[in-house]
Design a protein around this ligand. Structure first.
Ligand code: HDD
Length: 711
């Protein structure tokens, strides 16, 4: 059913891409020039045992192509996974923007979305502690719009001239290329400890937001303030949000590290499988709307990308939904060659002067040239606009378009003046005429200098377990450093965010809390600057807490797409397996039977019950919950199997739901959580509904406070 549904939703872009699809079914093997190949097993030789001959054009072409198969990976966001889908607005937004794709609730706009990690190479683990990229390409009728965001609403730096420094600091260190896909090393924290403007972002990056359970369970953010422009030319400031229908959920750090070993493709596989199973991931597009007159109403600057607008001050309006319903046909052609650019916008949208956004507008075109190798990268099928493209740009490497006619200049009379400019009423893009009268300076506005109040707001808004995870993450990362002075300097920065946080991290690091942060703490100032002016300050946040910043209150009413392990051995009760499995699957979860070995187990009534995985080929960290089905014999066998006991201890340690069918409770006595109770440990009456509720609740994080068990 899933495939069929995906096929019927195939959209315009899919049809467009199909022009380039190659399907070898029932076809001869040929050279790139169409010559049928008779022998693809042997090179041409002078005699069966003789040397190869230079004239072997078939071999030469094949090896030539192979030798050039790789293109440079992205400098950042190299590791990614993507999917096709569509976006549809709930209602017309014409009062705020003239963008066509937001004006008609009946219009579906094709999208291609690429999720990514930032620091790691193309082959690195999905489960690194890292920010996730969330880049959406809208193939609108008026041209391409790319919303190139992240799963965190703020950024490390305020000015894009610092981007190469930030990335050099976080990437593996240059002398030994260690560590891969990790920020827990000297150069990153050296840089961060000297850049107080990173304080807010660091709180997010050290929180569980950087360990998503699934790409489908992440929020997305446009980060910068953008503009909507309506047909009358009125501009309104906008912040973009993506809100996942399944809620925002994360894994535990210990779990993340183990997943990296068990299944480094964890997120990629999860996204792929969900779409193949017809459980199409969905997000709602949200906007925060700030009228021009309110630009200076906030105690922070709307142009500062290290700040967010708390939802309590400006609520997020949900204006449409995005559904991902089709996996790419070919990873390289689509996911690797897709080229995003914040500068791809359409009429009805415009930029602000956020200095990070302004730098990005310059950077991304450059990257496409060095990565894809040609100024014609827009002609690669995945990058092509569905709106017609006509201009006087010509030629270049790998040009695909065959332009007809004799004119490639404007004005011309020979070509009838074509292509001609579009008037505003004909959909021509014109930039918002923002008045600017200013001296040319290299400087930053003092309105950017409060680096701590929103970091504190974020920390204060977290639940107790979330706060503990931030303390643990900072203790882990700073604990990996080899320069004690960087640790100390970093703890000094933490004192500006929260004294308790600084004290807890310092205690874990075995150092004293510095009396005052190092001065001058902002190394980001120009050489001969007025130090006072550039000093980081802590302003006052308008609110003390913002619920939207915590994941504690996220959607917890569904177990759709959750993966549940059933531990089984000989003697398991088949009726109980079937009953609980059916109940969970009815709610959209998937169930896998895990046994000591592959094949089948013998049920209590001597039938064969096929199993999906063995303890050798899977692990608890790849599941959201575990059920031990009824059957005293099965439970007894599992109790004697160290792998089964480890499975249970580990899933307990990671705070997931555990349920025991009738007669299987005895297995708990072999575990480290024997005799314990909490809402995630379930047996007895109303088992199924209680189990479902516990899985939907995601984790019993409170368990960690008192009951960490060895696993
Ligand atoms: Fe960037 C890629 C997101 C700041 C320069 N960026 C890239 C991707 C995402 C972001 C999601 C991957 C897109 C894909 O999947 O292909 N970048 C951000 C966000 C930023 C940000 C949310 C801050 C708010 N980036 C940023 C700055 C610069 C760049 C300040 C440079 C001045 N980013 C790049 C790049 C990349 C890129 C080097 C690498 C690959 C690419 O562009 O296509 O040009």
């Amino acid at each position: 059913m899933a495939k069929k549904q995906a096929a019927t939703i195939k959209n315009k872009k899919a049809i467009d891409l199909e022009k380039n699809v190659s399907d070898a079914t029932d076809q001869f093997l040929t050279t790139n020039h169409g010559v049928r190949i008779q022998d693809n097993q042997n090179t041409l030789k002078a005699g069966e045992r003789g040397p190869s001959l230079l004239e072997d054009f078939i071999f030469r072409e094949k090896i030539f192509h192979f030798d050039h198969e790789r293109i440079p990976e992205r400098i950042v966001h190299a590791r990614g996974s993507a999917a096709h889908g569509y976006f549809q607005p709930y209602k017309s937004m014409a009062d705020l923007t003239k963008a066509g794709f937001l004006s008609d609730p009946n219009r579906q706009t094709p999208v291609f979305v690429r999720f990514s990690t930032v620091a790691g190479s193309r082959g690195s683990t999905d489960m690194a502690r890292d920010v996730r990229g969330f880049a959406v390409k809208f193939y609108t009728d008026e041209g391409i719009f790319d919303l190139v965001g992240n799963n965190i609403p703020v950024f490390f730096i305020q000015d894009s001239i610092k981007f190469p420094d930030l990335i050099h600091a976080v990437k593996p260190e240059p002398h030994n290329e260690i560590p891969q896909a990790a920020s827990a090393h000297d150069t990153f924290w050296d840089f961060i400890s000297l850049m107080p403007e990173s304080a807010h972002m660091i709180m997010w990056a050290m929180s569980d937001r950087s360990l998503p359970r699934s790409l489908r369970m992440m929020e997305g953010f446009g980060i910068h303030t953008y503009r909507f422009i309506n047909a009358k030319g009125v501009s309104t400031f906008i912040k973009f949000h993506w809100k996942p229908k399944l809620g925002v959920h994360s894994v535990a750090w210990d779990e993340a590290q183990k997943i990296s070993g068990m299944d480094p493709d964890f997120h990629r596989r999860d996204l792929w499988e969900a779409i193949e199973n017809g459980s199409f991931p969905e997000w709602e597009l949200g906007i925060q709307v700030i009228p021009e007159k309110d630009e200076h109403k906030f105690p922070f600057d709307l142009l500062d990308p290290t700040k967010l607008i708390p939802e309590e001050l400006v609520p997020v309006q949900r204006i449409g939904k995005m559904v991902l319903n089709r996996n790419p046909d070919n990873f390289f052609a689509e996911t690797e060659q897709v080229a995003f650019h914040p500068g791809h916008i359409v009429p009805g949208l415009d930029f602000t002067n956020d200095p990070l956004l302004q730098g990005r507008l310059f950077s991304y075109t450059d990257t496409q040239l060095s990565r894809l190798g040609s100024s014609n990268f827009h002609e690669i099928p995945i990058n092509r606009s569905v709106a017609p493209v006509h201009n006087n740009q010509r030629d270049g490497h790998m040009r695909q378009t065959v332009n007809r006619g004799t004119t490639s200049y404007q004005p011309n009379s020979i070509g009838g003046g074509c292509p001609y400019q579009a008037m505003l009423s004909e959909g021509g893009f014109s930039s918002y005429p923002e008045p600017i009268a200013a001296p040319k300076v290299r400087a930053r506005s003092v309105s950017f200098s409060d680096h701590f109040s929103q970091a504190t707001l974020f920390f204060n808004s977290q639940s107790k377990p979330e706060q503990q995870h931030i303390i643990d993450a900072l203790s882990f990362e700073l604990g990996k450093l080899t320069y004690p002075e960087i640790r100390k300097r970093m703890v000094g920065i933490l004192t500006q965010i929260d004294k308790g946080l600084a004290a807890s991290v310092a205690a874990n690091l075995g150092i004293a809390v510095p009396e005052a942060p190092e001065k001058p703490i902002n190394q980001g100032m120009p050489a001969d600057a007025d130090a006072e002016k550039y000093e980081s300050k802590k302003g006052k946040s308008v609110i003390d807490k913002s619920e939207a910043l915590s994941m504690a209150g996220t959607i917890k009413d569904t177990i759709a797409t959750r993966k549940i392990a059933f531990l089984v051995a000989d003697g398991v009760q088949a009726t109980d397996v079937a009953l609980v499995k059916t109940a969970l699957e009815k709610e959209g979860a998937t169930v896998e039977l895990v046994a000591p070995k592959l094949g089948a187990v013998a049920t209590a009534d001597k039938a064969a019950q096929a199993v999906d995985k063995s303890f050798l080929t899977t692990a608890s960290v790849l599941y959201d919950a575990v059920y031990v089905p009824a059957g005293a014999d099965s439970a007894k066998k599992l109790a004697a199997d160290p792998d089964a006991v480890h499975f249970l201890n580990e899933i307990f340690r990671h705070c997931k739901a555990i349920a025991f069918g009738q007669g299987a409770e005895s297995l708990a006595s072999q575990t480290y959580f024997a005799g314990k109770t909490d809402e995630g440990l379930i047996q007895g009456k109303d088992l199924v509904p209680r189990f479902i509720k516990a899985i939907a609740g995601h984790r019993v994080w409170e368990r960690e406070a008192s009951r960490k068990v060895p696993a």
